[in-house]
Design a protein around this ligand. Structure first.
Ligand code: T1G
Length: 692
């Protein structure tokens, strides 16, 4: 075994040269790997004893892509496209031997080899689009030639991986190796030599692109305009795959490089690459070390079989963890279990899970009206309605029922977890697990760390969150924790704006065009205008009271801020409500005025940023990027804008501060800049400087 660089070595197994890559944790194609591959290939080609080369990786996976950490820094030769063109031109057959995840540049490395073999558990993907990029080392030109433009488009524009069976079926790989990959790959290489198999240069394949149906490109464009609205990379992916059909290979490569660099230099990819690391950073809590001993959660109890409790129960059943669902009355329990079953049946009807899965998961969920049945569970999650006294009473009972060491969690969205913990003799085992509705769908989970929550309990919560496939962000105790506290700022401003002169449709258009799935008023209709409405004391004092008093609860009964056609969720015009808003604002003494889209956007977004700064000052959140992860996953912030704190840095904190001060002068202290924001601006720093 000869070391070519610190990350690549060449070993001879008879007439087969083994080019080993060893660059933990995921064999990313950093500079030392690229240089090692280029020089190693050179050496293998010159060595007369070597007649074929196997490219293979140590550790957990084949190359998982270019090294994302190198992006944004001056590129260092050899560049990956050049290395892979060397592979293409090699006079000896190259066999890529794949395990783990051959993603991005890793798959492109395999594509520029002459043959590809893999173990059955291997996965293959071109996820560059999720980083706001496109495959920039020949993937957009080779993939369509190997598996056809339509299948290539699906993989490249979605970024989603496929398994080895489908890869074999599509012609992406030549063989699935049973047993040891090294042995299988060497055997395959020897077979290629003994059979004198012609070397397959993917770049020379033309049959599948020759018969391409040109219509597929516009079909993909239309579909992406809907499902990837606002994203630049997916459309660029379509253009480059189309170029593979329309242009020569060399011209196609040149076009791919041009579009890749445009995306790489754009703000969307910067945001999505930032988000990639932000989503991994949330797991790092300064005082929680990786070796913290955690509890094994084998049984879970959930109190409340309503929308939240039922959704939460599904998360654990989906992970194979038995759940005991507690309700006060059998009829509520039966209804809750019925809703869970219905949700699973809908997933099965859409092919997401099998009917067998439905049965298995339902078997894992048992129901009871006796809280005493939670005596031996490891974790209880209380999910009753937002009443602090009811929650305190429940925790007091749980403290007496549950075994020592059981973790008691509340799903409260706003209430004081310290106050709830104080109802027990085990405050160290109490914390908040704030799921977002619908709990079985939304990936975000706010883990609310109370004053006395112990580190092992916190670490256990983070571990169980990962097991149920949630993105867990640790936050502190305050009204609304982090996400909802920031969300309240936008809600307040949007409701003021329609009194000052805007109307729901304009505010919603501005927020929708920014990249959110919908604007604040369409969202209010979706959530339900009557959520939190005090019917008994309602007296037309607010728009919520006005609408609810008219029986306008939103989508749920076909009318709210908007009108909804029978069976439709699309907001339709409600001139009667626009008139009501105008009359209401005038009754309140507002002199309505024309409000610009820019003011609407700044009034809705900058207070979110400002509240984020306050949350950081109060140490309710660990770092700014945690708040961005919350907003991307809990509130639909477009990932191509990174999150509110990343966006603030992009706009420039000095500009954000100036606008907040202007609004404060015009609209009062709701816009009073957070001291942290002022401090960062005065020091010439940004939120990114706090993302340790
Ligand atoms: N570059 C640098 N670091 C990476 C990395 C990458 N490509 N992928 C993962 N890491 C780090 C990650 O930050 C974490 O670090 C550790 O590895 C484990 O990752 C030219 C331009 C491979 C499925 O987009 O999808 O190729 O936190 O926690 O859950 O066309 O990582 O331990 O310090 O995610 O087991 C395209 C991205 C790049 C793949 C493993 N490739 N990675 O998941 O572990 S662009 C990707 C993943 C490109 C070419 C273009 C996943 C994984 P730390 P992890 P995991």
């Amino acid at each position: 075994m000869v070391a070519i660089t610190e990350a690549v070595s060449l070993e001879k197994d008879g007439e087969i040269g083994m080019l080993w890559i060893d660059n933990p944790p995921v064999n990313a194609l950093g500079h030392l790997v690229r240089k090692g591959l280029a020089d190693g290939m050179e050496q293998a080609e010159k060595d007369d004893e070597i007649r074929a080369v196997v490219v293979i990786c140590k550790g957990r996976t084949f190359c998982a892509g270019a090294d994302i950490r190198e992006f944004g820094k001056p590129p260092k030769a050899p560049h990956l496209p050049d290395v892979l063109n060397r592979f293409d031109q090699c006079q000896k057959p190259i066999i890529a031997a794949i395990h783990g995840t051959a993603f991005g540049g890793g798959l492109e490395t395999a594509l520029s080899s002459h043959f590809r073999v893999a173990v059955a558990s291997a996965r293959f993907g071109l996820p560059e689009v999720k980083l706001g990029l496109l495959p920039g080392a020949g993937g957009t030109q080779r993939m369509p030639r190997l598996i056809g433009p339509e299948k290539a488009l699906a993989m490249i524009t979605s970024g989603n991986p496929i398994g080895a069976d489908k890869a074999l079926e599509d012609g992406l790989i030549d063989e699935i190796i049973d047993g040891d990959l090294v042995e299988g790959a060497v055997g395959f290489a020897k077979q290629v030599l003994s059979e004198n198999r012609p070397m397959v240069r993917v770049r020379d394949l033309s049959e599948k692109i020759a018969r391409a149906d040109a219509q597929i490109f516009d079909d993909f464009r239309k579909q992406l305009a809907r499902c990837a609205r606002g994203f630049e990379a997916p459309q660029a992916c379509v253009d480059t795959v189309e170029a593979a059909v329309a242009k020569s290979f060399e011209d196609g490569l040149t076009y791919e490089r041009k579009r890749f660099e445009e995306l790489m230099n754009g703000s969307q990819s910067a945001a999505q690459r930032y988000y990639f690391f932000a989503e991994r950073q949330v797991a790092r809590i300064p005082d929680v070390t990786k070796d913290t001993v955690t509890m094994d959660i084998q049984k879970v109890g959930i109190i409340g079989a309503g929308t939240m409790g039922g959704g939460i129960a599904m998360n654990f059943a989906n992970a194979g963890i038995p759940v005991t669902l507690v309700e006060a009355k059998q009829e509520f329990l039966d209804r809750g279990l019925g809703v869970i079953r219905k949700n699973y049946d809908i997933s099965a009807s859409r092919g997401k899970i099998s009917s067998d899965d439905v049965d298995k998961r339902m078997e894992l969920i048992s129901g009871t009206i006796r809280m005493e049945d939670l005596a031996d569970v490891d974790l209880v999650i209380e999910a009753v309605y937002e009443n602090i006294n009811l929650k305190k009473e429940i925790f007091s009972r749980l403290d007496n029922i549950c075994k020592d060491g059981a973790i008691l969690a509340t799903n409260t969205s706003y209430l004081d977890v310290n106050e709830i913990a104080a109802q027990t003799a085990r405050p160290e085992s109490v914390l908040g697990l704030h799921f977002f509705s619908p709990a079985n769908v939304m990936r975000l989970l706010e883990i609310v760390r109370a004053e006395k929550t112990s580190i092992p309990v916190l670490a256990t919560a983070m571990a169980i969150a990962k097991k149920i496939k949630k993105i867990a962000v640790v936050v502190g105790v305050c009204y609304g924790f982090a996400g909802n506290r920031m969300f309240a700022q936008r809600k307040r401003e949007s409701e003021k704006l329609i009194l000052e002169g805007a109307l729901p449709a304009q505010v919603d258009r501005v927020i929708y065009d920014f990249g959110f799935p919908m604007g604040p008023f369409a969202l209010a209709d979706l959530i339900g205008i009557d959520l939190g409405w005090d019917k008994d004391n309602s007296n037309s004092r607010t728009m919520q009271e006005m609408l609810c008093e008219q029986g306008r609860f939103g989508q749920k009964n076909g009318k709210g801020y908007y009108n909804y056609a029978e069976g439709s969720r699309a907001p339709g015009p409600a001139p009667e409500i626009d008139d009501l808003i105008v009359a209401f604002s005038q009754k309140k003494g507002y002199i309505r005025r024309e409000i610009s889209d820019e003011e609407i956007l700044q009034r809705c977004i900058y207070p979110i940023i400002n509240e984020g700064a306050k949350i950081l000052e109060e140490k309710i959140a660990v770092r700014p990027s945690d708040l961005d992860v919350i907003w991307v996953n809990g509130y639909g912030w477009p990932v191509y804008r990174g999150g509110p704190m990343f966006y603030a840095d992009l706009v420039g904190l000095d500009k954000v501060l100036d606008v907040l001060k202007k609004f404060q002068a015009e609209h009062g202290d709701d816009f009073k800049p957070a001291p942290l924001l002022e401090q960062l601006v005065s020091e010439g720093k940004n939120f990114g400087s706090l993302n340790a």
